[in-house]
Design a protein around this ligand. Structure first.
Ligand SMILES: Nc1ncnc2c1ncn2[C@@H]1O[C@H](COP(=O)(O)OP(=O)(O)OP(=O)(O)O)[C@@H](O)[C@H]1O
Length: 281
């Protein structure tokens, strides 16, 4: 079935799908950077990870995607130890848009997006009859269909970001992890990316975990926000519960005013030294 978002349906296939990290302690070369963190991603729900630079958001997301082995704690996918699953089985259920990716030289956009189908291909690339349709839909959804035959190393940062997002969507997983997906994107594509994120959860029952720096975007797109500080989960809850002026001001070390609008939207306003000047209109 195809829905308004243009993706194959996932509802039913993914209901009940969940990826959880329990009591995760994560380290680099003996230096612990995440301390006993817990996070739960549920089908049809968007969880935003927020926090200052270096607070452990990417490391936590990477451990959920099995790219960082925990020092202690567990990652559970649908009731199974995620690290015990075969790579192909895991890749059919979980995808990750990372922050840094090598850009292959001379490879066409269409072929990069088709790489998202790797968990479904048999030997010599055969067996994935649905593949081309998923690749085309993912490219249309992310606005890269018009550049399908261009080489990826000739694209702008924002165009490339959308190609990588398309590659993740082509993977057609029940869990989607996105590390700063709006970086490099102009305003239109930032908002369209957030719309895609919401569509994934609402129309397709996908469990989404997304790292965002923009607090207003996090509040707008997420059902739940996880706020990290120095590798510790300081708060988890609905945006209006977590994004309070007191907590944000403390954790970011900057005065941040918060206003909850009549429609429930949370607006944050960082107050720098120059914000106190009067703006002439
Ligand atoms: N490959 C690495 N080797 C050693 N230390 C690392 C590595 N990657 C990250 N770190 C350290 O781990 C800590 C957490 O980094 P991480 O990238 O998870 O934070 P983040 O919240 O995603 O930051 P940012 O908002 O800047 O992307 C930081 O102190 C960082 O310096």
């Amino acid at each position: 079935m195809t829905t308004e978002a243009g993706l194959g349906t996932r509802r039913g296939e993914t209901d009940g799908a969940a990826l959880t990290g329990a009591d995760l302690t994560l380290a680099y070369d003996g230096r612990t950077v995440v301390h006993g963190a817990g996070i739960a991603l549920r089908a049809g729900t968007v969880v935003a990870l927020i926090g200052p630079n270096g607070s452990g958001k990417s490391t936590l997301l990477r451990s959920l995607a099995r790219l960082h082995t925990p020092r202690s704690g567990a990652v559970d996918l649908g009731g199974e130890d995620a690290f015990a699953l075969r790579p192909r089985d895991f890749a059919r259920q979980v995808t990750l848009l990372t922050q840094s990716r090598p850009t292959p030289g001379g490879v066409r956009v269409r072929d990069v997006v088709a790489y998202g189908r790797h968990p479904y291909r048999g030997r010599f690339g055969a067996g994935d009859t649905d593949g081309p349709a998923h690749v085309s839909r993912a490219m249309e959804l992310t606005g890269v269909a018009g550049m399908a035959d261009r080489a990826v190393d000739e694209l702008s940062g924002g165009e490339l970001q959308r190609v990588w997002l398309a590659t993740c969507l082509a993977q057609d997983t029940g869990v989607v992890l996105l590390d700063e997906p709006t970086t490099f994107l102009d305003l239109r594509y930032q908002i369209e990316t957030l719309d895609i994120v919401r569509d994934l959860a609402d129309a397709h029952g996908v469990a989404v975990g997304v790292v965002l720096h923009d607090l207003d975007q996090a509040a707008a797109v997420a059902d739940e926000v996880v706020l990290l500080e120095k590798g510790v989960v300081r708060a988890t809850g609905r945006p209006a519960e977590v994004l309070t002026a007191e907590l944000l001001t403390e954790i970011y070390g900057l005065r941040i005013d918060v206003h909850v609008e009549a429609d429930g939207h949370v607006r944050t306003r960082p107050v720098g030294r120059h914000h106190i000047r009067k703006v002439s209109i």
